[in-house]
Ligand binder design. Structure first.
Ligand SMILES: Cc1cc2nc3c(=O)[nH]c(=O)nc-3n(C[C@H](O)[C@H](O)[C@H](O)COP(=O)(O)O)c2cc1C
Length: 193
């Protein structure tokens, strides 16, 4: 089945706005229980879920609200396998039904350097949206490893000025890592270090 293009945003139109609230997992619950998921079932991610995931990424804050991000969506097996082949710690893409490469148009910057933070915020939004939708996802590092940036630049035909920050592998989870408590009182400094 050919997936529907995800370039049309129907989320914010008409009755659909109320459906955004339908993906409810309490926000704090989502961020306290999210874990990286690296094993997936064969079940595809639906077009509706994909749209919500991308919309979540684009709701992220960005410096001067410049929204420098672009998202390359990969759903074809040979493309996902190609990505797995060039990312040494991204082999799970070879099993995932969906991959999203988070890129930045680095010229779309009020001041140089904020794109990493902008795209990292979008990436975290996507991870949390996946978890809230009952999907599993993992952040796969690309930038600042030059060889990975170069490999993705070639593989995805990225234009000059567009740099990939990371890839996200997404699918229905075939593993369920338990939530972990990372609270560290020694990392908190009141008023001064
Ligand atoms: C910048 C960054 C790069 C990462 N790169 C990879 C990666 O290449 N492969 C991978 O399996 N996990 C990667 N991870 C996921 C981390 O290993 C994971 O978030 C960490 O071990 C904490 O586990 P948790 O996500 O289950 O809470 C990356 C995470 C971040 C934030």
């Amino acid at each position: 089945m050919t997936p529907k293009p995800v370039t049309e945003n129907t989320l914010f139109s008409g009755d659909n706005l109320s459906r955004i609230g339908g993906m409810v997992m309490d926000a704090l619950e989502a961020l306290m229980t999210r874990r990286s998921v690296r094993a997936y079932t064969d079940e595809p991610v639906s077009d509706d879920q994909l749209l919500k995931i991308l919309a979540a990424g684009m709701q992220a804050p960005s410096a001067n609200n410049q929204q420098p991000w672009h998202f390359v969506v990969l759903r074809q097996r040979q493309h996902l396998d190609g990505l797995a082949g060039v990312l040494p710690f991204g082999k799970m893409l070879g099993q995932a039904p969906l991959g999203i490469v988070v890129c930045a148009d680095v010229d779309r910057q009020p001041r140089a350097g904020y794109w990493v933070q902008d795209c990292a915020a979008a990436t975290q939004n996507i991870l949390l949206a996946c978890h809230a939708l009952g999907l599993g996802a993992v952040w796969i590092g690309v930038y600042p490893r030059d060889e990975r940036v170069l490999a993705l630049r070639e593989l995805l035909s990225l234009p000059a000025g567009v740099t990939p920050l990371c890839t996200i592998a997404i699918g229905r989870p075939a593993e369920h890592p338990a939530p972990v408590d990372r609270f560290r009182p020694d990392r908190i400094h009141e008023e001064q270090w």
